[in-house]
Design a protein around this ligand. Structure first.
Ligand SMILES: *[C@@H]1O[C@H](CO)[C@@H](O)[C@H](O)[C@H]1NC(C)=O
Ligand SMILES: *[C@@H]1O[C@H](CO)[C@@H](O)[C@H](O)[C@H]1NC(C)=O
Length: 286
């Protein structure tokens, strides 16, 4: 009887055209989102960063036939897409939204992107041929290097090692709204408390991308989903469980953009009913 009832409901929704298939539907904080594919046929898009002024997304990807990393741009407004030239092994991206500067990290230092020419130019701010792994902008450009796994801050034309993590390996770095350094290394995800001078372990999980929304709140991704770092509780909140996520960025209106193995996807708020596969199975079994 229950089975018939559920099937009847599903049928009714289908008739009305309001069902979003479970693979295309994500529910976050009680709001339903649909996956909108913005760009497909990509190879492992990583390290997403949005320039909110121009509404442009920057990311890196693996050009397998050439065995190298490249940097690409995608207009979130018009869909215009292209590859950035001039950069060697472009892997990291960050935007100084106050001055509108788009920074890119390559195998030989930090570059600046030119919107008119779509060319990135090496700023030659690193003395050694540092291979930039990841970047984050907050009142200065924070970045990590590989394989040294060191964290630096480039600010007012000067470059220093980030003092809070000077003797620690760091692969991913960010700064939260309390101006505390949040970082990830092979031991886990940590938050440094500037005032107390110590670091606490937030999570022992893997992190493959970290980003801030326009208000400075931090989010991160790993291969199992998208997470929010609550500054107040110092806790990690799961926003969405999605397999094979490669990176995340937040649009100025709060929409989540993420990278899957081969696409850039927007989670777009939807009025449709989200039928989750677990609920379906549960009802049928009853
Ligand atoms: C990662 O950071 C933690 C906390 O600062 C530190 O204890 C640990 O030694 C670091 N791991 C590595 C490999 O440096
Ligand atoms: C991703 O992070 C979440 C939250 O910290 C954690 O529960 C999950 O195990 C992580 N996944 C991987 C593959 O590390």
């Amino acid at each position: 009887m229950m089975k018939f009832f559920v099937v009847a409901i599903l049928f009714a929704f289908t008739e009305a055209g309001v069902i979003v298939g479970d693979t295309n539907c994500v529910s976050i904080r009680d709001i339903n989102y649909e996956k909108e594919i913005l760009k497909s046929n990509l190879e492992s898009p990583y390290q997403l960063a949005i320039d909110h002024d121009t509404n442009t997304l920057f990311f890196s990807y693996t050009a397998r036939n050439e065995e190298m990393f490249k940097t690409a741009y995608l207009s979130l407004k018009t869909g215009e897409y292209g590859i950035v030239s001039g950069i060697h092994e472009g892997f990291a991206n960050a935007v100084n939204s106050k001055s509108g500067i788009v920074y890119m990290g390559g195998e030989d230092g930090i570059y600046q992107f030119n919107y008119d020419t779509k060319i990135a130019t090496n700023l030659h701010i690193i003395t050694q041929n540092a291979n930039v792994w990841q970047m984050f902008y907050k009142d200065g450009l924070y970045f990590t290097t590989y394989p040294e796994e060191k964290a630096y801050l480039y600010k007012n034309g000067e470059m220093v090692e980030v003092p809070e993590v000077q003797n620690i390996k760091v692969m991913i770095i960010a700064v939260n709204n309390d101006n505390n350094i949040v970082y990830h290394n092979s031991s886990g995800l940590y938050m440094n408390n500037k005032a107390k001078g110590n670091s606490i372990l937030l999570n022992s999980a893997v992190v493959n991308g970290i980003t801030a929304d326009i208000e400075g709140n931090l989010y991160f991704s790993n291969s199992s989903g998208i997470y929010y770092l609550n500054d107040k509780t110092k806790e990690v909140e799961e926003l969405a469980k999605i397999d094979n996520i490669y990176g995340v960025a937040i649009e100025s209106n709060g929409n989540i953009i993420y990278a899957s193995e081969d696409s850039i996807i927007r989670l777009k708020p939807s009025k449709k009913v989200c039928i989750d596969s677990n609920m379906f199975v549960k009802n049928v079994v009853e």
